[in-house]
Design a binder for this molecule. Structure first.
Ligand code: SF4
Ligand code: SF4
Length: 274
């Protein structure tokens, strides 16, 4: 069943006219990576300590939306690697994202949402209770948690649990296809063998943590000083990403969400685990 699910995700992306930049100049995403985690993984309880007590387990999300007790199940996660042409377009930018990058943030996230809904419907048709955490009534954002802005479900932490990558200095997830991507997940009562986590530790794909002081290229890429050797200042980043950038270029690019991605392009981890 893991192979069938992986194939369903990959064929949705490969054969879909929605996976195109609005000007038709190329794809939004390359072939996805797919991973699986179990509800029983102790990491999901540990996230209550690491992220905050508000972070939900997959069992709570499933039970909260479809009813019943908190049973067994799996989290299905994917990585949509941003296409090479889009990444290249962002490499030379120094203040605002490129037009193509913003198209991926806006149209690409809509496509990612279509994939979430497609997969949930496909699994439901086969009799498996399935919920999309990102669109659950239980999903909410907290602006002032102990770890700054956070939400009741983290796609990044789910993907880490599913063995798809490790965390980075700039608060991303470095996968085998790099850090420039969009992530998605669904939770289901279907029991699947989890993908093993093979990384030596939770930050081992980031050069800065693997060899203290090495790299740090993303620090220099940030135009507003949100990145330092101490990590990522979410407040400064958000002001730029959700305030300054949209005000400057959203209407020119004809999008509402622009993203930024400067610290995810022209860096050693852009399209691979360095
Ligand atoms: S650019 Fe270097 S320090 Fe920054 S996230 Fe990538 S590997 Fe880590
Ligand atoms: S997304 Fe942009 S503003 Fe935020 S840390 Fe990266 S480069 Fe800086």
């Amino acid at each position: 069943m893991r192979e069938r699910i992986t194939e369903e995700i990959r064929s949705f992306v490969a054969g879909n006219p929605g996976n195109l930049l609005p000007d038709g100049s190329g794809p939004l995403f390359h072939e996805p990576l797919v991973g699986f985690a179990s509800f029983a993984d102790p990491l999901f309880l540990a996230y209550r300590e690491i992220i905050g007590p508000f972070h939900l387990t997959p069992a709570e999300i499933l039970a909260g939306e479809v009813g019943g007790g908190e049973g067994e199940g799996s989290v299905l996660c994917w990585v949509l690697p941003i296409a090479g042409g889009v990444r290249e377009s962002n490499r030379g930018e120094t203040l605002y994202p490129s037009r193509q990058w913003s198209w991926v943030r806006h149209h690409g996230e809509a496509f990612n949402g279509a994939l979430r809904r497609h997969l949930a419907a496909w699994l439901t048709e086969q009799g498996h209770k399935t919920v999309i955490p990102q669109y659950s009534p239980l999903w909410r954002e907290l602006g002032d948690s102990p770890v700054g802005v956070a939400s009741t479900w983290s796609e990044r932490h789910a993907a880490y649990a599913a063995g798809l990558g490790t965390f980075s200095l700039n608060d991303g997830l470095i996968t085998e296809k790099g850090i420039a991507h969009r992530l998605g997940s669904v939770v289901t009562d279907l029991l699947l063998t989890p993908t093993p986590r093979t990384a030596p530790d939770h930050r081992s794909n980031c050069l800065y943590y693997r060899k203290p002081g090495a790299c740090g290229v993303c620090i220099k890429r940030c135009p507003v000083g949100a990145l330092t050797p101490d990590g990522h200042d979410k407040r400064i980043c958000r002001e730029h990403v959700y305030g300054t950038i949209p005000a400057a270029v959203a209407s020119e690019y004809n999008v509402t969400a622009t993203g930024c991605g400067l610290c995810q392009t022209a860096v050693p981890c852009e399209f691979r685990a360095p």
